[in-house]
Design a protein around this ligand. Structure first.
Ligand code: C2E
Ligand code: MG
Ligand code: MG
Length: 645
């Protein structure tokens, strides 16, 4: 704003200055009319001279006087012409008509004696000349003196005008100086501000560069600091070094976040990072601990012997045996570690990090809480995963992924209660792929929504062709449950297939209810309002907190196969199943025992009071076209183990 004012002042001052210059030039040009006075005075002198020499010649007859008289006559003639042109005519003659008339009279008079001047030696001519001069002299005098008066008056006006202009010039110059001073001040201030901004920007850049290379929660270097570590360790040295990369992931961290809240999760991460830093300092002074994001850490160290790579990894996982002391209380958490160690050159470090990552991915897919070393086969596993990821949506679209059905038997009557739809995919290159492999991949790439929809459609359509009393269960992924279209889609599928909603059960695992409980419970209630049943699948794996059983009015609890299996070695499991059975009765849910493989298991579970049994004892999952004959067989011979299985 200030700069605009200063610039405005300068602009106005400059325009004024130009206008003033133009006006001054006009005044100066008018001042040139000072010569008018001089011309007028000369005319009078010349007329007097002419008269003087003409009179002397007439008196004395000296030819020299005659010549001079003629000369002055010529001069007067040309003077008259001068008067009738330029500034003199403009100022003295043309402004006053009487003056012009006077002048014209003078011109006529002077012109009338041209011949007489030539014949000045004749007395008659002398007489005429002197008589004309007698008439002309007062006219010349008058015009000459008027010229002087006018010129002096004009000069006065011009002088005062110029003085006024000079005053204005001074004012304008002062304004220009003020404007320039303001601009200079502004530039100086601007420079100071820019200098300050530059210092602030440099500081910001430093802070930014630190933040860009460090994790803001734990202060540990992040992934971008890895390259720096390798550059420092290798330096300009081109030789190979024995390096180990450990990637570590906390087991069940998401559940801690979900159950105790993010602030508690953050505190745990800080405690973990502190413990890892202490541990790393004992391993090697150059051992780097960095946080890759979430609950994933990466440790880099140089090794003396390749054999120490494994013991370091095991030692690393042992660091998680003691719970972490945080302001939210003691938190116990396990870790899974993947690692890769070998001799590498500086240009191979990215591959080493990738290999450790791969080992971690494999480790997490299996039993958690363990250490896994990278093996080259893991690369092909990754390629397989990527291929599955690429092919899955196409397989859904062309109907390559279809439901197989496993029987569910009423343990009291031995009759078929219903079937569970289980997705099956025969990949053109890999052959049969287990849903335990492709469902998590579909979940991570988002294709599970389309896949789940397709299985639900087919299952409802197939079930609508089964006897009315049979139910169908379909698994629902957590990703599907968070999809806003789900309710409308289920409704539409039921309507189109004509399946009575009460014949459909949707199975969800407890991981669904751990995250965002309220929203999920609302979604499940919406589904129930459609008339379908909801089952809690895989109970006995994961956390199996009894509180989940009371958070929602489940229609069905499915006790996981692993739980029944473990009961062989751990008979207390039977007691727990009994407890769950009692609880289920209280909340009005039926209990399904999964994975029944032997008549002993079946008898035990039936004794406990489980309502339904599912397992290889009755049938493996089979395609729909094989289902109808199997159903016929088993309905005719209730509770029989099928020979085909
Ligand atoms: P689930 O829903 O708990 O299904 C039961 C799994 O146990 C099935 O494995 C079944 O074949 C297997 N099973 C049943 N009885 C026995 C037995 O007696 N012994 C043994 N060893 N296994 C038995 P499957 O078909 O491989 O499915 C694995 C998991 O994949 C399912 O566990 C379910 O979580 C998921 N899944 C399968 N189909 C779908 C689907 O269409 N959508 C979603 N979201 N998940 C699905
Ligand atoms: Mg299931
Ligand atoms: Mg299950």
């Amino acid at each position: 704003m200030f700069a605009l004012c200063a610039l405005g002042t300068l602009l106005v001052a400059a325009i004024l200055q130009v206008t003033l210059f133009a006006a001054s030039e006009d005044a100066v040009s008018r001042s040139m009319h000072y010569d008018v006075s001089w011309t007028g005075a000369n005319g009078r002198i010349e007329a007097a001279q002419f008269e003087k020499f003409a009179a002397r010649f007439a008196a004395l007859g000296d030819e020299v006087d005659a010549e001079k008289a003629r000369l002055f006559y010529e001069i007067i003639l040309s003077r008259i012409e001068t008067w009738d042109s330029g500034g003199f005519s403009e100022l003295v003659l043309d402004r006053n008509p009487r003056q012009r008339a006077r002048f014209e009279e003078l011109r006529t008079l002077i012109s009338s004696i041209a011949e007489d001047v030539d014949n000045l030696d004749q007395p008659k001519a002398q007489k005429k000349v002197l008589s004309v001069l007698e008439q002309a002299a007062p006219i010349i005098d008058r015009i000459g003196s008027d010229a002087h008066t006018i010129a002096v008056a004009e000069a006065d006006i011009v002088r005062s005008e110029l003085e006024q202009r000079q005053f204005h010039h001074r004012l304008v110059i002062l304004a220009l100086l003020a404007g320039a001073a303001a601009l200079i001040g502004l530039v100086i201030r601007q420079n100071a501000l820019m200098h300050r901004a530059k210092i602030a920007a440099e500081k910001n850049a430093k802070d930014f560069s630190y933040l860009a290379r460090h994790d803001s929660l734990t202060g540990l270097p992040n992934r971008s600091a890895l390259e720096e570590w390798f550059q420092t360790v290798f330096g300009s040295d081109q030789s190979h070094k024995l390096v180990a990369v450990y990637t570590l992931d906390l087991d069940g961290f998401k559940t801690i976040n979900d159950l105790l809240g993010h602030p508690a999760g953050d505190k745990l991460l800080v405690s973990v990072s502190e413990r890892l830093l202490k541990w790393a300092a004992k391993i090697d002074e150059n051992c780097l601990v960095s946080r890759l994001g979430g609950d994933e850490f990466l440790i880099l160290t140089e090794l003396d012997h390749a054999s120490s790579a494994r013991s370091i990894a095991e030692n690393l996982i042992e660091q998680f045996e003691t719970p972490f002391d945080t302001e939210f209380g003691n938190m116990a958490v396990d870790a899974t570690v993947g690692y890769a160690a070998r001799w590498i050159g500086i240009d191979e470090y990215e591959n080493l990090v990738l290999d450790a990552d791969l080992a971690l991915t494999e480790a997490k897919a299996g039993d958690k809480g363990r250490v896994l070393e990278f093996e080259p086969s893991m690369r092909s596993n990754l390629q397989r995963r990527q291929r599955i990821e690429r092919d899955i949506s196409k397989a859904v679209a062309i109907g390559d992924i279809t439901p197989y059905y496993q029987l569910q038997i009423d343990l009291r009557s031995g009759r078929v209660f219903g079937v569970e739809a289980l997705a099956r995919w025969k990949h053109p290159e890999f052959g049969w792929i287990s849903p335990a492999e492709f469902i998590p991949i579909a979940e991570s790439c988002g294709d599970v929504v389309g896949l789940g929809r397709s299985i639900l459609k087919q299952a409802c359509y197939h079930a609508s062709q089964l006897p009315e009393e049979l139910k169908v269960s379909v698994n629902l992924s957590v990703v599907q449950l968070h999809d806003n279209q789900l309710i409308d889609e289920v409704k539409e599928i039921l309507e189109r297939s004509g399946l009575t909603p009460s014949r459909l059960t949707l199975e969800v695992t407890e991981s669904v209810i751990i995250s965002d409980t309220e929203a999920v419970v609302e979604r499940l209630n919406q589904l129930k309002r459609l008339g379908v049943s909801i089952a809690l699948d895989d109970f006995g794996t994961g956390y199996s907190a009894l509180s989940y059983l009371t958070k929602f009015k489940w229609n069905e609890l499915k006790i996981d196969r692993s739980f029944t299996e473990a009961a062989r070695e751990n008979p207390v499991n039977w007691t727990i199943i009994r407890g769950v059975r009692i609880l289920a009765k209280d909340i009005g849910a039926r209990v399904i025992a999964e994975g029944i493989e032997t008549p002993e298991q079946e008898a035990k579970l039936a004794n406990i009071g489980c309502d339904i049994g599912q397992g290889f004892l009755y049938s493996r999952p089979i395609p729909f076209n094989e289902l109808l004959p199997v159903l016929r067989d088993i309905q005719m011979k209730p509770h029989a183990v099928l020979e085909r299985c």
